[in-house]
Design a protein around this ligand. Structure first.
Ligand SMILES: [Zn+2]
Length: 512
């Protein structure tokens, strides 16, 4: 009596949902075996796709058949056995070599005659065609998306997948925040952990409300999507979405990442963090640092005037302990910093102004372009007039030169306008982020960071009578001189108006 194996298979993939479940297949096949007096010795079930060769249970069954432990298979349909040419070919080969003597399907007739084998290979071919066609359809969809510049994947943070148009659009809630984060990281003062904290404080969190995973942040920082391209299978494709940042900024981010990855120099315990930082307020010579070791083994670092002047005898004889200097530096950084709530509110305002600016600059540029068009028409008419003999050559040249100059002026005006564009807003934004960062540097006692910050925004750093004095740029001076009570609530910002507060002044100063 011929021994049969039952083989049932269903993959979890969507396109096969209409296929009977494994249990239902089993039930049907057991009934079929009973009705047809088939002697089933084992049942094999597998929940895997048959699109690729290499199903372990299917392979196990076939090797049992090669050993001669059974010579018939009972399955729901040929496509349960194979949807790829290798597995299909293997079955037909086993039929040819008579390892398989019978194949039974409730849904398909098969006999080991040449006609039956032909029908079987057609059935396998159909199953394979179905798979190929499906794959081809998916690929065609992807290729179409690529041609349209649409990323065939989930939108990165700052964007969302528009379900109706199936495009990727900026997400109002996160776009500007993510942009600020990228700009901040490009400055090179942040580690990935630092930027993770920044993102979290801006409300850029994971779905579970926790800080975004460091590895995800790493891939965000290297994602070309943000400057308008995306990678598909190692190929860089120009996207149709609105870029968040320029390629230049993206390159700066990559440079920051590179320097981030390099091993840092071993940080001495604060020692000489403020060397070459300030000058003596009396003689103007540099301040040096000295290390003293007490008998107890305690180490102290002091800062003092180098007394290099041979003309003027410097009266600054004091020593300033490094801890005291550090304390002063922290205080100064805190004074010129912008708290997180202010930053958020200010950045929101800047975004509004950016929008206004963009709206109005469109009209302005349009006006200039129209004027240029007018000049072009005049030049053309002038040439026609000359050709028709209305002017002599010198007169024509003179008139034409005037018009060409007019056009050049307009061109330059447009170019200059386009260059300026949002320049002041960029400055404002930089200032907000930089001043906010100063507060974080102070909070985390990042002394090298604070030193660099004060060196960039403050000039004339002097030490006199044990006190550090710094002249600040105007915008930082405004912050430093804010009365203590004004630090409580976030100031309102306006670009103009009679009731100008110091920060509003700064905004309008940059605007003018
Ligand atoms: Zn001195």
């Amino acid at each position: 009596m011929l021994k049969y194996f039952i083989y049932c298979r269903k993959s979890s993939e969507e396109e096969e949902r209409q296929i009977l479940s494994i249990e239902a297949q089993l039930q049907e096949l057991r009934d079929y075996a009973r009705q047809n007096n088939l002697f089933v010795i084992k049942e094999y079930t597998e929940s895997r796709t048959a699109k690729e060769p290499g199903r372990p249970i299917f392979n196990q069954m076939l090797s049992e058949m090669e050993k001669g432990n059974a010579s018939g298979i009972l399955a729901w349909n040929p496509d349960r056995l194979a949807r790829n040419s290798i597995d299909g070919g293997r079955i037909i080969y086993l039929v040819d070599t008579e390892k398989i003597k019978a194949l039974k399907f409730p849904t398909f007739w098969f006999d080991t005659t040449p006609q039956g084998k032909f029908m079987l290979s057609v059935a396998f071919g159909q199953a394979k065609y179905y798979t190929d066609n499906l794959r081809e359809n998916i690929l065609r969809g992807i290729r179409q998306k690529l041609r349209r510049g649409e990323l065939p994947a989930k939108a990165p943070l700052g964007y969302f997948n528009e379900p109706r148009l199936r495009t990727i659009e900026p997400d109002k809630a996160t776009f500007n925040k993510m942009k600020n984060i990228l700009e901040l990281f490009a400055k090179g003062n942040h580690t990935i952990t630092g930027i993770q904290k920044e993102m979290f404080s801006l409300g850029l969190a994971s779905k579970t409300g926790k800080p975004i995973h460091l590895s995800s942040i790493g891939s965000m920082l290297t994602n070309p999507f943000y400057y308008g391209y995306f990678k598909y299978r190692d190929e860089l494709v120009k996207g149709s979405h609105k870029p968040m940042i320029s390629k230049k900024l993206f390159d700066q981010i990559q440079a920051s990442l590179d320097s981030n990855g390099k091993p840092r120099k071993v940080k001495k315990p604060q020692a000489f963090d403020f060397l070459n930082f300030a000058l003596c307020g009396e003689c103007g010579y540099s301040i040096t640092a000295e290390k003293h070791v007490k008998k107890s083994g305690l180490r102290f670092v002091y800062y003092r005037c180098t007394h290099k002047s041979k003309v003027k005898i410097c009266g600054q004889r004091g020593f300033l302990r490094e801890e005291e200097l550090a304390e002063q530096v922290i205080n100064i950084c805190q004074k010129v910093s912008i708290p997180d709530e202010w930053r958020d509110k200010f950045l929101g305002k800047v975004a509004e102004w950016e929008q206004e600016q963009n709206d109005s600059s469109g009209t302005f540029a349009q006006n200039i372009k129209e004027k240029m068009g007018g000049v072009d028409i005049k030049i053309e008419r002038l040439s026609e007039g000359y050709l028709e003999g209305a002017f002599e050559l010198p007169e024509y040249h003179e008139k034409k030169n005037q018009l060409v100059e007019q056009r050049k002026d307009l061109e330059e005006k447009l170019e200059c306008f386009e260059q300026k564009g949002n320049h002041w807003l960029e400055l404002l934004k930089n200032w907000i982020l930089e001043a906010n960062q100063a507060g974080n540097l102070a909070k985390t006692k990042n002394f090298p960071g604070m030193r660099n910050f004060l060196k960039t925004v403050g000039s004339n750093r002097i030490l006199i009578g044990g006190k550090l004095k710094i002249s600040f740029k105007k915008e930082y001076d405004l912050l430093r001189n804010l009365p203590e009570e004004a630090r409580g609530e976030t100031p309102e910002w306006t670009r103009s108006g009679s009731n100008r507060r110091p920060l509003a002044c700064h905004a309008s100063a940059l605007a003018s």
